[in-house]
Design a protein around this ligand. Structure first.
Ligand code: GDP
Ligand code: MG
Length: 289
């Protein structure tokens, strides 16, 4: 059996989370058109008769400005250590030189497959230029072109990866699809809705913690805190006559129900914690270890 760790790196918005979801055939990582949506390392475990691949989605590589960013980049660094193969995702329309500097800075000790994404948005010439650009880079052992949103040829993609993986015993049971608990995914799905519903400021200043996750006979009861940094943000989250928080609640409930394939009862509370993004205690409490 082939067994190994395949870790996904790249700049914000390159399509890392979309690719993980496409490979898993399941929505594990939240996705948004805004940068820095992913804050944690998210593992997706794909097990078949003759292989087990443990994929890790990571936050996009950025220059840290807050302690939260530092924690996000720690997640990237940790993912460097245990990979058998790195997937370096490039948005075909990005500045290629910039991507190359970032990939060099990772100082990878493992072979890398450069995955050129978003080819649905580029001309054949542009795709060819990109392939030529990466083909002679020392870290690049293979190049694959994909469109993560249009659907990928999973079989072919996995075959390329399996060539790089060692033989071994599986680390996880065959039903496990992630190392994270369901309550983490519930919190993430709420956070994804916050990215959708609230402008360009609040998503970055908010986090979500699930405090209660009780499986009852007919439904799952979930209570979550939404943490923001200021009273003014709390007011926006609530909206006039509580309209916004109600909309957030309804849409989050639907998306969690779809994920769990089960009815849920969802309660949301908005709390203000000044500068939580720079406070070690709060960061720890909110799951950024
Ligand atoms: P991440 O920050 O690298 O995890 O990127 P995401 O997976 O969150 O994707 C960022 C944005 O790019 C989202 O709006 C995706 O829908 C979009 N996206 C991802 N892959 C593709 C693709 O192949 N083609 C197009 N057109 N958009 C894509
Ligand atoms: Mg992401």
């Amino acid at each position: 059996m082939k067994v190994g760790f395949v870790n996904i790196f790249g700049k914000p918005n390159a399509g890392k989370s979309t690719l993980l979801n496409a490979l898993m055939g399941e929505k594990l990582a939240i996705v948004s058109p805004k940068v820095q949506t992913t804050r944690h390392r998210i593992k997706g475990i794909l097990t078949e008769k003759d292989y087990q691949i443990v994929f890790s989605d990571t936050p996009g590589i950025i220059e840290p400005k807050y302690k939260l960013h530092e924690k996000m980049m720690d997640a990237v660094k940790n993912s460097l250590e245990d990979a058998d193969v790195a997937l370096l995702i490039v948005d075909v329309n990005e500045d290629l030189q910039d991507c190359d500097s970032i990939f060099n800075a990772l100082k990878l000790k493992v072979p890398a497959i450069v995955v050129v994404n978003k080819i649905d948005r580029a001309s054949q010439e542009k795709i060819k230029t990109t392939i030529d650009f990466f083909s002679d880079k020392s870290y690049c052992k293979k190049i694959i072109t994909i469109s993560a949103t249009s659907g990928i040829n999973k079989k072919k993609f996995l075959k390329e990866i399996l060539d790089f993986l060692p033989e071994g015993e599986p680390f996880f049971g065959s039903e496990e699809i992630s190392d994270l608990q369901t309550r983490f995914f519930a919190a993430e799905l709420i956070r994804e809705k916050i990215f959708e519903l609230f402008g360009d400021e609040i998503p970055y200043q908010a986090t979500v913690v699930v405090n209660e996750f009780k499986e009852k006979s007919t439904l799952v009861k979930i209570a979550a805190d939404i943490i923001v940094q200021r009273e003014s943000q709390k007011a926006i989250m609530l909206g006039e006559k509580g309209q916004m928080i109600k909309k957030l609640g309804t849409e989050s409930r639907q998306s969690i129900e779809e994920f769990l394939q089960q009815k849920i009862f969802l309660e949301l509370f908005v709390k203000v914690r000044e500068k939580w993004r720079d406070n070690d205690t709060w960061l720890k409490e909110y799951g950024y270890h």
